[in-house]
Write a protein that binds this ligand. Structure first.
Ligand SMILES: [Mg+2]
Length: 218
């Protein structure tokens, strides 16, 4: 875990979903792979050729952005001009959380503890309906009454739009909100630049130990 900044008073937590609320490399890879396969079919080009184009664009972007990785949605947009609407549609057809994930009692316990002190909002580059299905499989849907998905934001994180909508949903100023996610450039960079707190989680143990990070909860 890496705590970049913690405000002296916290009212709300803004959570990323994928690879933050669960760790499952095969599922995460399937999200990307299935979208690439669908897109290659629709564009009439071989899968490996499409992968090469995406990888080249990602490498160029990364080289000019301190080695950070772009989100997949922004890679499709930048490399191939795939609109966010089309990304939403691709994701709805490609992503199957039910095939990979299962209920996580420790996660539920953690979120229960946090939700007693803070308002929670989920901000994801997946469409809201995929997020609802994912949270349902993990058994933690009740902790996120508000979800800002790619379909609502219309732009992929780290676009500021999703974070702005999340602050509005929390009815909180950035200075009393902490963003929690697994990717610095996607989940934390913009929030930190606005004066929000930022916590990078690298394992599920990091997530389970989040309550200990906040003096309000300890
Ligand atoms: Mg993530």
């Amino acid at each position: 875990m890496r705590v970049y900044h913690l405000p002296s008073r916290v009212e709300g937590l803004l959570f990323d979903m994928d690879m933050t609320l669960y760790r499952h490399e095969d599922y995460y890879k399937s999200q990307i792979k299935n979208q690439v396969i669908l897109l290659a079919q629709e564009e009439g080009i071989p899968v490996h050729e499409l992968e090469d184009r995406l990888n080249r664009w990602k490498a160029d972007w990364s080289a000019t952005h301190d080695g950070h990785q772009p989100s997949f949605g922004n890679t499709l947009l930048g490399a191939l001009g795939v609109s966010i609407e089309r990304s939403v549609d691709l994701r709805r057809r490609a992503i199957r959380p039910e095939d990979y994930l299962s209920s996580d009692a420790l996660l539920a316990e953690t979120l229960e503890t946090l939700s007693r002190r803070f308002r929670l909002v989920l901000v994801t580059n997946n469409p809201a309906d995929i997020a609802e299905r994912t949270l349902a499989v993990l058994g933690v849907g009740r902790f996120f009454p508000q979800i800002i998905g790619l379909d609502e934001a219309g732009e992929s994180k780290p676009s500021p739009k999703a974070f702005r909508l999340a602050l509005k949903a929390l009815a909180a100023a950035p200075e009393v909100v902490v963003s929690v996610g697994d990717r610095y450039a996607v989940d934390l960079e913009v929030p930190l630049s606005w004066g929000m707190g930022g916590v990078l989680v690298e394992t599920m143990e990091d997530v389970y130990s989040l309550p200990g990070v906040f003096p309000e909860v300890r």
